[in-house]
Structure formats: structure tokens, C-alpha cells
Write a protein that binds this ligand. Structure first.
Ligand SMILES: NC(=O)c1ccc[n+]([C@@H]2O[C@H](COP(=O)([O-])OP(=O)(O)OC[C@H]3O[C@@H](n4cnc5c(N)ncnc54)[C@H](OP(=O)(O)O)[C@@H]3O)[C@@H](O)[C@H]2O)c1
Length: 335
């Protein structure tokens, strides 16, 4: 297949480009030339800011396009209309954030979607991200009513991750010592390695799939947060996990999800990592183990140098919080 990738050099995009090449397809990359422009020198790059239009060369056609970087519905809609005459199918990378209610486990792809408080907004924030993706999905579906694939990933992990969530735990376990982890260890957990997601998107296009699909894992079993953290252990490093009550952490001023990655303490987040993956599994999704992702992220972090973890506690702050927590726990036990 000849495939036009909007993006193609970012986190997911670079893995997608590699997966297309590995399966013998011909990717063309469209981007502004800002993110890792040195990548894929052997491929055709079309330089354009999608917000100003795709400026596609005359007469060019592709079998499919994959939109990895759509956030603003007006822009996604205009691009999709432009693509209608140029590609047979359009795959849009959306998000599991599209749902109205994440408090329940087992959400399927048919669950009610979130509505933006202000449907005219184009500002992407944690509060508007899901609602904007809903409108982007709608625009893609309208432009390609019979030839769209909507992929809704959960947390994407792997080398070149642009977020700090999974890399934080990989880095923190590699520091060793007492590591503060938010209880309970039994909380459900889901994630997908960008390389597995990329290979599966290529497969969906090859198989002519259509409709919406959750994209998370593991594909072959259920995972707990405790198992995820264990999988992040660095060989030869003595890290002792100290499971701390969420109630204490909230009282200490930490914000669930934002201050400790993967921490779904709030009732409204309880179903976030318990999304129904039946459709993805049935359509051939395969996932590697979290330990394999952690190993490769550790290697990437050691090459890419020191990081600042926004929000998450430093090892020094971890120590202070653990001292306070032990005192809090002892006071509670003495009552
Ligand atoms: N990370 C997660 O955990 C997660 C979870 C769920 C869903 N998702 C979704 O996964 C997708 C991929 O995320 P990502 O972080 O890999 O990608 P990203 O950072 O959104 O996209 C980066 C790519 O898009 C290009 N790009 C950005 N703005 C552009 C513009 N105006 N015109 C043309 N090209 C542009 C960049 O190249 P230039 O800068 O050179 O233009 C680069 O190739 C996103 O749609 C995201 O919403 C992510």
C-alpha cells in the first residue's frame, strides 16, 4: 500500500512509519519539518502545516492515509475533505478520552461520548482534549462514511514517548531505595507499546477494517498496577516498593493521575484502565510484555539524558512523604 502519514516523525508516527516499511508498504510523510526532521531520509517528505491545508502535489493518490496528529476539529475536517479525492481510506488516531464517563469498567466502543462545554473551542487542554477528539472523529466519519478506521488508544508507551507517565516509573525504579507507590497494587492497568499499536494499525488497514477500535493491552491477559510497577524494575537495582494509601496522598496535596502517573484514585477514573478490548483482540492485536517495554524505555532514557518529571515527586520528596505517611499510619493504628 502507498500510505500518506500525517505526522510520521513524532512518537507514534515514527513507529508507524517503521511498521509500514517492515510490512513492505510505501509511506509518504507529511509534517512541518520541526520534529526529528533527520528521520527517514530515504522517504518522501511533504512539508506542510496541516492547519493551513495539506498542499498535496497534483495528481498524487495513496491507498490510505493515517492521521496521527489531529486535535482541532476544524483542521481535521478540512484535511479529511481534501483527502477524499486522494486516498481510499482514512485512519484517525483518536483516544480513549472520548468517553463521557470513565467511572465504570467495561466501556465498549459504543459507550456515550463526551460533549464539549464550548463546542467552538480550539484550545487543547486536559479538559477539552476528549471532546475535541470526538468532533475530529465525527469529521473523519463524515468525510469517509464507508472507509474510516478510528483507533482509540489508551496510554501509549515505548521509546521516544512524548509523555512522562510510563517513563517516570521506569526511571524511579532505576533510582532504587524506598519507592512511593500509590495503593492499591490490585488496581487494573492497561497500556500499549507504540510499536505494537503501530503494527496493529498497519494490519487493520491491510485487512480493510472499518469502524472504531479501542487500542490498549495487554491483549492476552489482565494486568494490575502492581504488576506494571514490578515490570519496571531495573536489573541489579534494589528498589523497595512502599504502597501508600491514596487517602493520605490526596491529603498531602498530590493530585491523582497528574502527580503520580497511572494513579486512578478518583471514582471518576476507576474504569479508565478497565476498557473493553474484545474488538481489538478479535481483530488481531498482539502486545509485548510491559517488562519488554520498560527495558527499551530504560535504554532510551539512558541515551536521551536527564529529565524533569513535572508534578511527580523527586526521590527527596518521596522520602519526606514516606516519613509523613509512616507517622500518619502509626497515628491511625493507635486510634
Ligand atoms: N501518548 C499517549 O499516551 C496517547 C494516548 C492516546 C492517544 N494518543 C494520540 O496518539 C497520537 C500520536 O501522538 P504523538 O505524541 O505520537 O504525536 P504528536 O506529537 O501529536 O504528533 C507529532 C507529529 O505530527 C507532526 N505535526 C504536528 N503538528 C503538525 C501540523 N500542524 N502540521 C503537520 N504536521 C504536524 C509532527 O511533525 P512536525 O512537528 O515536524 O510538524 C510530528 O511528526 C495523537 O493523536 C494523540 O492524541 C496518544
Amino acid at each position: 500500500m502507498r500510505v500518506l502519514v500525517l505526522g510520521g516523525t513524532g512518537f507514534l508516527g515514527r513507529h508507524l512509519t517503521r511498521a509500514l516499511l517492515a510490512s513492505g508498504h510505501e509511506p509518504t510523510l507529511l509534517h512541518r519539518g520541526r520534529t526529528a526532521p533527520e528521520l527517514f531520509g530515504e522517504l518522501e517528505h511533504l512539508l506542510a502545516d496541516r492547519a493551513q491545508g495539506l498542499a498535496l502535489p497534483r495528481e498524487r493518490r495513496w491507498d490510505a492515509a493515517i492521521d496521527t496528529c489531529g486535535y482541532v476539529p476544524r483542521v481535521v475536517a478540512a484535511n479529511a475533505r481534501e483527502l477524499r479525492a486522494r486516498v481510499d481510506r482514512l485512519c484517525f488516531v483518536s483516544s480513549e478520552s472520548v468517553y463521557a464517563d470513565h467511572s465504570r469498567a467495561g466501556l465498549t466502543e459504543e459507550a456515550p461520548l463526551v460533549e464539549l462545554a464550548d463546542p467552538a473551542t480550539e484550545t487543547v487542554t486536559p479538559a477539552t482534549y476528549g471532546g475535541l477528539k470526538v468532533l475530529c472523529e465525527r469529521a473523519v466519519t463524515e468525510a469517509f462514511p464507508h472507509a474510516h478506521v478510528i483507533v482509540r488508544p489508551g496510554l501509549i508507551v515505548g521509546p521516544h514517548d512524548s509523555q512522562e507517565r510510563f517513563p517516570y516509573w521506569v526511571w524511579r525504579l532505576a533510582q532504587g531505595g524506598d519507592v512511593l507507590v500509590p495503593a492499591p497494587a490490585s488496581a487494573p492497568c492497561q497500556l500499549i507499546d507504540a510499536r505494537d499499536l503501530a503494527a496493529w494499525i498497519v494490519r487493520l488497514l491491510e485487512d480493510g477494517a472499518s469502524g472504531a477500535f479501542h487500542a490498549s493491552g495487554p491483549a492476552d491477559r489482565e494486568l494490575t498496577f502492581g504488576e506494571l510497577v514490578e515490570a519496571c524494575r531495573a536489573p541489579g537495582v534494589d528498589a523497595r516498593l512502599v504502597w501508600v494509601d491514596g487517602e493520605f496522598l490526596v491529603a498531602a496535596g498530590l493530585e491523582p493521575w497528574f502527580d503520580l502517573p497511572f494513579w486512578t484514585h478518583l471514582p471518576k477514573l476507576r474504569g479508565l484502565f478497565a476498557i473493553d478490548l474484545a474488538r481489538a483482540r478479535a481483530s488481531g492485536l498482539r502486545t509485548r510484555s510491559p517488562a519488554d517495554s520498560a527495558r527499551d524505555v530504560r535504554a532510551w532514557l539512558s541515551e536521551s539524558g536527564p529529565r524533569r518529571w513535572h508534578g511527580a515527586p523527586t526521590p527527596e520528596r518521596d522520602r519526606e512523604l514516606l516519613d509523613d505517611w509512616r507517622a500518619w499510619r502509626d497515628r491511625r493504628a493507635a486510634r
